[in-house]
Design a protein around this ligand. Structure first.
Ligand code: GLN
Length: 300
């Protein structure tokens, strides 16, 4: 795809790459000069450029997949426990939780994702295993797995997430013991996957809920709902700027990856480990901005 080659050249020449997340020590040493981008067509054919086959830490990108699993199993009842409004606050913020009675604003900030993982664990008995197996099938990569080093690093530095979980438990919005939930959540965040894997795995969101093997994972309406929440909440307190620049539903993670969806057309995943101050990949956002500008593919 010539457009991907052009974007890679532009990204290589651009000044400033941001800084890898250092609050998770295992991520701090990632080389910020790496860059990869993959586009998956609806039939799973993938095109890529740069480090598009290099595995990286998926982190908060996994929040999309746990939401999809939970929504498919639980339906609308999920929304009694987590909202679907942008937070306007950092992804790991505690401030809104107290005056909103332990109900997180949306499933893509840490508090909301903890609620979703807690519910998925109650439904399946194995939230992180269910997620990993789902991603293996949807990506077509049977070797996709957790990075135990990242899991250990987050576990050793998990006070903020522990605080969020305990606080919500005090409002009875967490059903499992907090240590059990945190172990599931940290495994979820530690999924290691490449741009090719994640672009393919997100394909059901472009196929209106149809999975890689032709099965119905979500109703058309649920796929629309998840895309809508990605557009409004997927990049935390930068979601407005992301929508303005990229014009697609997207979800970032502090490993430097971002997935994006062109409904009915294709899915994308970009990776550049250097982050801006809101925790989104600098080169990833720039690359998606250029992709939609050069191709005209956007939801607007
Ligand atoms: N594992 C990270 C955390 O819980 C995920 C955050 C992110 O990717 N934005 O802090």
């Amino acid at each position: 795809m010539p457009v991907l080659e052009q974007i890679a050249v532009e990204i290589a020449a651009a000044p400033g790459r941001g800084t890898p997340a250092d609050y998770i020590p295992a991520l701090a040493t990632t080389d910020p000069r790496q860059f990869g981008m993959a586009v998956a067509e609806l039939d799973g054919t993938v095109y890529g450029v740069g480090d598009w086959e290099t595995p990286f830490s998926a982190q908060s990108i996994t929040k999309v997949f746990t939401l999809a699993l939970c929504l498919s199993m639980e339906g609308e009842g999920l929304w009694e426990h987590v909202g679907r409004e942008p937070s306007g606050n950092p992804f790991n913020s505690l401030v809104q939780l107290e005056y909103e009675n332990g109900i997180p604003r949306n499933p893509f900030i840490n508090a909301g994702a903890l609620v979703v993982t807690d519910r998925l664990h109650s439904l399946t008995g194995d939230a992180s295993g269910t997620l990993r197996d789902f991603l293996r099938v949807e990506s077509g990569n049977p070797d996709l797995d957790f990075d135990e080093q990242v899991w250990a690093s987050e576990t050793a530095n998990g006070d903020r997430n522990a605080a969020l979980a305990h606080f919500m438990a005090s409002y009875h919005n967490i059903a499992n013991p907090v240590p059990v939930l945190l172990d599931e959540y940290f495994h979820q965040c530690a999924i290691e996957a490449s741009c090719a894997d994640l672009a393919r795995a997100a394909g059901f969101l472009a196929r209106h809920g149809i999975g890689a093997e032709g099965d119905i994972l979500l109703t058309r309406s649920q796929a629309k709902q998840i895309n809508a929440v990605m557009l409004t909440c997927g990049t935390y307190d930068a979601a407005g700027d992301f929508a303005y620049r990229v014009g697609l539903p997207g979800k970032s993670g502090v490993g430097g990856g971002i997935i994006a969806v062109v409904p009915g057309h294709c899915t994308l995943c970009v990776w550049g480990p250097g982050l801006d101050e809101r925790g989104n990949s600098v080169s990833g956002v720039a690359a998606l901005d250029r992709f939609t500008t050069l191709t005209g593919l956007s939801v607007f």
